[in-house]
Design a binder for this molecule. Structure first.
Ligand SMILES: [Zn+2]
Ligand SMILES: [Zn+2]
Ligand SMILES: [Zn+2]
Length: 164
């Protein structure tokens, strides 16, 4: 099978390992992304250059073989080869020594150096997983993280930019 057989297929979608993948068949490349737009190894899509393979069909076979080995990380909502690199880095940071023993007041997981305070009180720590755009107030003192009087305001916005 060569491009001549593929070019009439505008978009092809197929489930592989419980995720829906979209294929676009371009004359020189096959472009693949997943239905939920999860990143694949830090990119929004996978690109398979037809010139690197013996035929168009061979390119397709290689691309689905690759998708089949990808691992999905439920925490980072990304695909990666072998294991989630982001989680591995976070784990290393979490292993740094701390001088407190506290749980996140929202999810009750042990806090690590990756804690964040969204109010002005350094005792009101929450974990960075719970610091989503949905949380607007400190769960302990209820100070709004976007409150003009909140000196942490600038920091919080910077933190969020770094996360997303
Ligand atoms: Zn991860
Ligand atoms: Zn938490
Ligand atoms: Zn607080």
């Amino acid at each position: 099978m060569n491009y001549i057989h593929f070019k009439n297929i505008k978009n092809y979608s197929v489930y592989i390992n419980n995720f829906l993948w979209n294929f676009s068949f371009n004359e020189t490349k096959i472009i693949i992304n997943n239905y939920d737009n999860y990143d694949i190894c830090g990119s929004g899509f996978i690109l398979y250059n037809v010139y690197n393979y013996t035929s168009y069909f061979d390119t397709f076979i290689n691309s689905i073989g690759y998708i089949n080995i990808l691992k999905y990380c439920n925490i980072c909502k990304t695909f990666d080869e072998e294991f989630c690199k982001i989680c591995k880095l976070n784990q290393a940071v979490d292993n740094l020594p701390i001088n407190f023993d506290e749980d996140c007041p929202i999810c009750y997981n042990k806090l690590t150096v990756r804690y964040i305070t969204i109010c002005n009180d350094n005792r009101h720590k929450i974990c960075d997983k719970c610091n989503t755009s949905k949380i607007l107030k400190c769960p302990l003192c209820r100070i709004n993280k976007y409150d003009e009087n909140n000196e942490n305001n600038q920091n919080n916005q910077n933190n969020e930019n770094n996360i997303f």
